[in-house]
Design a protein around this ligand. Sequence first.
Ligand SMILES: Nc1ncnc2c1ncn2[C@@H]1O[C@H](COP(=O)(O)OP(=O)(O)OP(=O)(O)O)[C@@H](O)[C@H]1O
Length: 376
Amino acid sequence: MYKVLKRKQKIMLKQKYFKRNGGLLLQQHLFSNEGNVEKIKLFTSKEMEKATNNRILGQGGQGTVYKGMLIDGSIVAIKKSKMVEGKKCAEKKVEQFINEVIILSQINHRNVVKLLGCCLEAEVPLLVYEFIPNGTLYDLIRNQNEELPLTWEMRLRIAIEIANALFYLHSAASAPIYHRDIKSSNILLDDKYRAKVSDFGTSRSVALEQTHLTTRVQGTFGYMDPEYFRSSQFTEKSDVYSFGVVLIELFTGQKPISAEQSEPVRSLVSYFLDSMQENSLFNILDPMVVKDGPEQEIIVVALLAKRCLNLNGKKRPTMKQVAMELELIKASGGNVMEDHGVEESEIDDIIHSWENNPSCSMSTTVTTNSVTFPLN
Ligand SMILES: Nc1ncnc2c1ncn2[C@@H]1O[C@H](COP(=O)(O)OP(=O)(O)OP(=O)(O)O)[C@@H](O)[C@H]1O
């Protein structure tokens, strides 16, 4: 009797967790045919207990990510939601989790991390992803070493892969998907250092005829589109802006916001735009880029980044244009001209000032005045 009672209690507890973790919400989506939820495996709590060891891969705003191994031997990453106080907050967290499941179930792209399944009958919801072994782009940029130099070719390839993933998301046939939190720490790197866009907790799928989303402002300071910050209207061009920030992070090696104790808060975007204005781009590049990258290619990529960072969203290129231009730059070695928004005279100006003052290119420490976040 005791054993039967215990088993019943356990089943009831699992059902309670399933409900609390958004299982019903997911079932609703399943019936309304949103996404491809049947592809997502529902793991049991027993399977998850067996799979998870306590090796933490990373910690984010939403929870902790552990390394694990499934019964079939495949290595996975398991994201465990944070326990939060208060009914409203807990509901919001669950919503974010279910949102990520629904969004990722619609996506199949080699540069987007794959969601294998989820477990909703544990105390907090768990998401199971393919394991991506080489950390984040944020760490790669900052922990370069002689064994693994981040060459110009690698940087350009990674930029193209991220751009292709975003182009794919924005042009998803039934409903475009806006990522809404593009940043280097949300780009994972696989065994061949190929980019995988991750973290879709705040992403949104929008109806085709809809041009923007009006939402509570969310995202990461330093990457966030100032136009969205002001208007609360998120458009596909807001992802383009964040991509622009990742692009300049890739070739300057600097953080989007640096707040050294002795210095005022500095935004990399303003710093970059100032250097473009003053024709001193080569002053702010990562020394490895200066050493390794073809001048013409660097300049054309910088001009593209400048267009992505235009304060007016309408003037920014689409992700389709960005992806195509980057592919073209790679294929043509930077010989991309007016057709693609690049004026030859702009390239000449930058090369001239660089040739007249080449010594400054190798300086790694650059002092600037206080630069503010460009809100207008
Ligand atoms: N599929 C994966 N494979 C390997 N490591 C991963 C994987 N997913 C996440 N990680 C690691 O866990 C860390 C945190 O993951 P993630 O950014 O998705 O969490 P989060 O709570 O959503 O963070 P955020 O604060 O950006 O919302 C990552 O920076 C990465 O190091």
